[in-house]
Each structure stands twice: as structure tokens, then as C-alpha cells.
Design a protein around this ligand. Structure first.
Ligand SMILES: C[S@@+](CC[C@H](N)C(=O)[O-])C[C@H]1O[C@@H](n2cnc3c(N)ncnc32)[C@H](O)[C@@H]1O
Length: 365
């Protein structure tokens, strides 16, 4: 296996993804260079040292990557696969590199051009899976503890072959969670908050952390896509926005609508668990607002969007996240911070902050 990794990302964000992997690889002493093709939907990072690609897959916590949807250790590009036998060259690459893998994913970049290719991938998966099982490269039964084999087609007859580690990858095909828009949701952006829950909250903690009866505040709530997610989980929501909320949500009796500025709103109740915020504003301003809520102990967890700046997006975003972290630490608050450009995000990223403990008892108004 060669010394490269492929990172899947949103088409148009290859530069951000490249800046991020270069930075995070350097932080653990891995050096290399990123090859970027605009709007390709992926980045190739070539490591200078042998075995470093595998180190990246093991040592960079996947959850810390903002712009990458998936991280795969790969071979050199296989080109011109013969149409009468595409399987043998792939098997040859994998032999001796990986054995008893738990899953096979035949994938493509998330671009319009790749849509046709994806149809081929779906058909090709069946015979390839069979061949890999025969060679004991792939287990007979899916196993979510074992490495995942990725075949990443970038054109017809042309693919990267590689693997990711099940404990440090995206569990989703192409790194994209497939979510269905609920018919009664007031807006498409409901899927953003749902995706954020899937990504940031482990399933076995949903019952405890997204529990019925919890109190939540939604800043910039209208028409109510995010509030819908909270209401669906039987929470009581204070929705703050000058605009109109969907009548269906108001009728549930679980929502109070405040037509005021989210930056001036102060909570009316204690014990708010969730603060969510989808206000379109300068990212530094939104970050300062959320930090303030956490410092005052007004909420336990927050999910919010940061609109991406025009330039140096990765650097700017890192700077903002670092500032949130620093301010919380300086004030004796231990917090977990995660950030991702979700599949449903466009020119933005979504951030999750969870207060784990606070050194001092927050003052209440
Ligand atoms: C992207 S939309 C929110 C969509 C919502 N999350 C949903 O799922 O339906 C942004 C909202 O923020 C509101 N907004 C903008 N500035 C605000 C502010 N300072 N305070 C409160 N709401 C604000 C806008 O009125 C708009 O409804």
C-alpha cells in the first residue's frame, strides 16, 4: 500500500480540507503535501515517510477533522482497469495489506459528474465483495469493529484502493448520513440539526442527552426546522426570532415564540439543556454569544452554525474555535468542542460545545 491518504469533502472545499490535513498532520509530526483539484470532492495527501499514511488514519482523531467526510489510506491510482476483469487488480493491491476487513464500500466523490459512476459502483460491489470474501480479505459477515475497505472510483476504470479504521472513520457510505426530510418539517434545514445529532452525540447517549422534557432555546428559529427536531424529541422550546414560526409547531404547546433579537435574549427558565442557533451573522459574533451562554451556565450543550468567511476559511474557523476553547478554560469550564462541515451545510460549518464541568457555580439572574 502506498503512502497516501484520500480525504472526501464537499465539492468546492478542497483547499480548506487540504489546509486542515496539512496542519493536523504536521501537529503529529507527519509531513507531506496535499494535491488539490478544485471541485473534485476529495483531496490526496502524499506523505514523505513510509507508514505515515497509516499513522494519520490511526492518530488523527477523525472527529477533529472539520472539512473531511472520510479519511482513507490508499494505494497509487489504479488506471485503465480492464473491463473484462476489474476485480483482479484490486484484489492484488489489497492482498498482504488488509485481511478480514469488516465491510466493503465502493464509493465516488460527491459531485454531479460522479452520479453515473455511482450506479456502476453499486452493481460492481456484489461480485467484488464475493471475490474479496473468497480471498479472506473480507469477512463473510459484516463486522463494525474491523477495518473498512474503500474502493474510490474517480472515473470509469480508474480508482484508489484502500482502507479506514472502524474506530476512527465515518460510519457512513461516502461519509454522508442518509436522512429523510420529514414530510411535516417546516424547512429543509431541519436536516442540519438532525445530522448534527447523529454526528456529535453517540447513539447510546441519545436517551440521556436528547431526553423528553428537556428545555431548549432556539435562536434564529424561524420557520422552525431546528425547533421541529427538539419538539419531536418532546422538549420544551423557547424559539427566538422576529419572523413567523410554523403554526403546526405552535399548536404542539411545546413552543413559546419570542419576537426579539437573539443577541439580547435572556432565558426565562433555569435548567436549559440545549441552546441551538442558526442566526446568519458574523461567525465571531455568534461564537461570542454562545461562549457567553456557556460561561453564564445558561445551557449545558450548544449546537450552532458558523458562516464561513470569504478567505482563509480554515485558519479563520480554527482561530474562532481556539478562542472559544481558551475563554472557557480561562473561566474554569471544561468543555468538549466538535466542529464539522455537515453534508447539509453549504458555506458554513456546524459546531457542538458541551460543558462537562465548571470549576465555579455560575451566577444566575
Ligand atoms: C437560516 S434561518 C433559520 C432557519 C431555522 N433554523 C430553521 O430550521 O427553520 C435564520 C433565521 O435567523 C433569524 N435572525 C437573524 N438575525 C437574528 C437575530 N439577531 N435574532 C434572532 N433571529 C435572527 C432570521 O429571521 C431567520 O429566520
Amino acid at each position: 500500500m502506498n503512502n497516501n491518504i484520500i480525504l472526501y469533502c464537499r465539492s468546492g472545499f478542497e483547499k480548506e480540507c487540504a489546509a486542515e490535513i496539512t496542519d493536523k498532520a504536521t501537529q503529529i509530526g507527519v509531513y507531506g503535501y496535499a494535491k488539490v483539484k478544485d471541485n473534485s470532492g476529495y483531496v490526496l495527501f502524499e506523505c514523505y515517510q513510509a507508514t505515515d499514511a497509516d499513522r494519520l488514519a490511526k492518530e488523527i482523531p477523525f472527529a477533529t477533522l472539520i472539512f473531511a467526510r472520510q479519511l482513507v489510506v490508499v494505494s497509487n491510482l489504479l488506471k485503465d482497469l480492464p473491463s473484462n476483469d476489474r476485480i483482479s487488480p484490486i484484489v492484488t493491491v489489497l492482498q498482504g495489506v488488509i485481511e478480514r476487513a469488516g465491510e466493503l464500500r465502493v464509493e465516488v466523490p460527491d459531485t454531479n459528474e460522479s452520479k453515473e459512476l455511482l450506479k456502476f459502483c453499486r452493481k460492481f460491489t456484489v461480485p467484488l465483495r464475493h471475490a474479496l470474501r473468497q480471498q479472506k480479505i473480507l469477512l463473510l459477515k459484516e463486522n463494525h469493529q474491523r477495518p473498512v475497505i474503500h474502493i474510490f472510483f474517480i472515473a470509469a476504470g480508474c480508482c484508489y484502493v484502500g482502507y479506514s479504521y472502524a474506530k476512527n472513520n465515518s460510519p457512513f457510505f461516502m461519509g454522508i448520513p442518509r436522512l429523510k426530510l420529514p414530510a411535516d418539517a417546516p424547512s429543509r434545514s431541519t436536516l442540519k440539526l438532525e445530522e448534527a445529532f447523529h454526528l456529535f452525540i453517540p447513539y447510546d447517549e441519545w436517551e440521556e442527552r436528547l431526553a423528553s422534557g428537556m428545555k431548549a432555546v432556539d435562536l434564529g428559529a424561524c420557520p422552525g426546522g431546528w425547533t421541529y427536531q427538539l419538539v419531536k424529541r418532546s422538549m420544551m422550546v423557547d424559539a427566538v426570532d422576529n419572523g413567523p414560526m410554523a403554526e403546526s409547531l405552535m399548536q404542539t404547546g411545546q413552543v413559546r415564540h419570542y419576537r426579539i433579537d437573539g443577541f439580547k435574549f435572556t432565558p426565562h427558565t433555569k435548567n436549559i439543556t440545549w441552546l441551538v442557533c442558526d442566526v446568519v451573522e458574523k461567525p465571531a459574533k455568534v461564537a461570542a454569544l454562545i461562549t457567553d451562554w456557556l460561561l453564564k451556565g445558561w445551557c449545558r450543550e450548544a449546537i450552532f452554525n458558523l458562516k464561513l468567511p470569504m478567505k482563509k476559511r480554515y485558519q479563520e474557523v480554527s482561530h474562532i474555535l481556539h478562542k472559544i476553547s481558551l475563554t472557557l478554560i480561562e473561566n474554569g469550564i471544561n468543555a468538549q468542542i466538535q466542529a464539522k462541515q455537515l453534508y447539509h451545510d453549504r458555506e458554513e460549518i456546524t459546531v457542538h460545545v458541551r460543558r462537562i464541568w465548571s470549576a465555579s457555580i455560575p451566577e444566575r439572574d
